[in-house]
Design a protein around this ligand. Structure first.
Ligand code: FAD
Ligand code: DLZ
Ligand code: SF4
Length: 511
């Protein structure tokens, strides 16, 4: 009997989950899984070397794992002689090889790739089924239904829906402990005397070493280095990283979530976003494990609630915004900011210690935690009037966890207020005082955080007032900024001029 034509299932680089939606209910005996290393994906921005190495090593390990589980896997390596360089080109070649009856694929994480997939059916003349990505809790229709008719799309209300939906930290229909959100308890500054758990250093096997050689040779001009590479590249390793976080970090995660310390890139953060985002870990499982820590009395409620909120709240919410707002959302530029991204974002070479720490560790580890991204590299760019699109490209390049669905709303919306307040109720503008409160950076800096003007003054100070003053027409009505605008109005004319001159002189020095 002639065997029927197979189904071709492409697995994209961030779809490395054993139970991906495209694999549901298919006959493994009559399916070809296709993984493609392609130039288009490795080079559509200049990804950090460690980000590329992480993804390719995880793809190669996942292919081996799926073969062991009985699947037929077709794997295209970046340096294969006939590699066409694109997903569509590789699908065309795979159709030649396998003559499939249909293609089945889980929806991608970026508009750029979605547009490509939407063309496949017409291009290749075979049915293409695009399955919803069930690794997320909230699908597009559910987010749309939640957002419909609301004047403001605030994460907090969305998050409560997700708590109710999952039952996480719920006591009947009430939130555990009586409050939905324990952020008030989560703002402790860090202290050098704290014991900092170290991340696991995973052994690099031959597969990973091969990828390292490829990346070192092919992407030598990309930012960052491989020297400090410490990512898990298999599901088993990612589970070990999860266990380390739950056992060693979670109980202090809440208290020190916003803290920053010189020479301590990780503090009590989970470092799990790269694994969640490519599918080595499942977000809901992770939250259930964290909840268990609270139920067993091993971690306090403020830590566990704070952690779960980041995942079922922020992570799901920004994805909802990304798809709802469309492919043009990334082009928003509410303040018409047009300054080029300073070169030091690619070297860390600046006297501003906070920036040199955040950027330096980013280039070393392809990692910075949320407050470093938001309140150091993000706030500086906002105050300095850096073009948000250039900044977006930078975030997409340098972090191992960066995919547009999560990076764009965080950068364009949360960090740069470039959407005019769709996502955030006010811009994350702050003077040096905030950084001084939450870190030890200022005590190691050549600038004086208390000084407002002059050559030695912390640049964030004058830039903060300059930002408010130059954007008064756009922000003056924002009720959450009423206090700082009143303070600005009360300042003597001479002080205002000195602050604005100081900001101008600093910005000119950047040029
Ligand atoms: P933890 O502090 O341990 O938090 C736990 C988990 O919560 C994270 O692993 C992550 O999955 C989730 N999470 C926390 N905050 C957010 C958030 N704001 N949005 C979505 N998920 C969140 N996160 C990405 O995964 N990819 C990105 O490309 C990305 N770009 C960002 C750009 C900017 C400008 C900002 C301000 C934030 C960005 N974030 C991004 C969110 C956040 O900074 C990272 O998720 C977090 O730093 C990852 O480190 P961690 O795993 O140690 O997180
Ligand atoms: C980020 C990335 C990189 C660097 N390389 C590849 C690759 O060679 N092959 C692949 O399938 N995926 C890669 N990715 C991840 C994709 O860019 C990601 O899956 C799409 O953007 C869809 O979200
Ligand atoms: Fe950053 Fe200013 Fe503090 Fe220096 S003094 S570390 S520039 S906030």
């Amino acid at each position: 009997m002639a065997s029927s034509k197979p189904i071709l299932i492409p697995l994209l680089g961030d779809q490395l989950s054993r139970d991906l939606s495209s694999l549901d209910d298919v006959d493994a005996g009559n399916t070809v899984l296709l993984l493609m290393e392609v130039d288009d994906e490795t080079s559509y921005v200049r990804h950090h070397k460690a980000k590329i190495a992480f993804i390719l090593a995880a793809m190669r390990h996942h292919a081996a794992d799926m073969r062991d589980r009985g699947w037929t896997v077709d794997y295209v390596k970046l340096d294969d002689a006939d590699n066409s360089g694109s997903f569509s080109g590789e699908i065309a070649r795979a159709i030649e090889r396998h003559d499939p009856a249909a293609i089945r694929v889980t929806e991608p994480g970026e508009w750029r790739v979605r547009t490509m997939l939407d063309e496949w059916e017409e291009k290749f003349g075979i049915p293409v089924e695009i399955c919803p990505d069930t690794r997320f809790l909230c699908d597009h229709a559910e987010f749309e239904a939640w957002a419909e008719g609301r004047k403001q799309l605030r994460m907090e209300y969305f998050y409560r829906e997700m708590r109710r939906k999952t039952g996480l930290l719920m006591d009947g229909d009430k939130p555990e402990g009586g409050k939905w959100n324990y952020d008030q308890d989560n703002r402790k500054p860090a202290d050098q005397d704290l014991f900092m758990p170290k991340p696991i250093a995973f052994r690099r096997d031959e597969t990973t070493r091969e990828v390292f050689d490829l990346v070192a040779e092919r992407f030598a001009d990309h930012p960052g280095s491989l020297d400090h590479f410490q990512f898990a590249v298999t599901r088993e390793e990612a589970l070990r990283a999860r266990r380390r976080f739950l056992d060693e970090c979670l109980s202090r995660f809440g208290d020190y979530q916003d803290a920053m310390l010189t020479g301590e890139p990780f503090l009590y953060h989970s470092l799990l976003s790269p694994y969640l985002n490519i599918g080595l870990l499942d977000p809901l499982d992770l939250c259930r494990e964290a909840e268990k820590k609270y139920q067993d009395g091993d971690a306090p409620l403020n830590a566990v609630e704070g952690f779960i909120r980041q995942i079922i709240g922020w992570r799901e919410y920004v994805r909802g915004i990304y798809w709802r707002e469309g492919a043009d959302y990334v082009e928003n530029n509410f303040f018409d900011a047009d300054r080029d991204l300073p070169d030091f974002y690619y070297s860390g070479d600046t006297d501003m210690h906070c920036l040199s720490q955040a950027i330096g560790q980013t280039l070393d580890h392809a990692y910075a935690h949320h407050i470093q991204r938001l309140m150091i590299t993000g706030t500086f760019a906002l105050l300095a009037g850096v073009n948000p699109h250039q900044l977006h490209i930078w975030y997409l390049e340098v972090y191992a966890d960066a995919y547009e669905w999560v990076e764009v709303p965080n950068t364009v919306g949360m960090s740069q207020f470039a959407d005019g307040g769709l996502l955030a109720s006010k811009p994350y503008a702050a003077s040096g005082n905030y950084i001084n409160k939450m870190s030890d950076y200022c005590s190691h800096c050549r600038y004086d955080v208390k000084a407002k003007t002059g050559d030695n003054a912390c640049p964030f100070n004058a830039l903060y007032w300059d930002f408010l003053a130059r954007n008064e027409d756009k922000l003056g009505d924002n009720r959450r900024l009423a206090m700082p605008y009143r303070t600005w109005e009360k300042k003597e004319k001479g002080e205002k001029v000195a602050l604005r001159n100081s900001a101008r002189a600093f910005l000119e020095s950047l040029d």
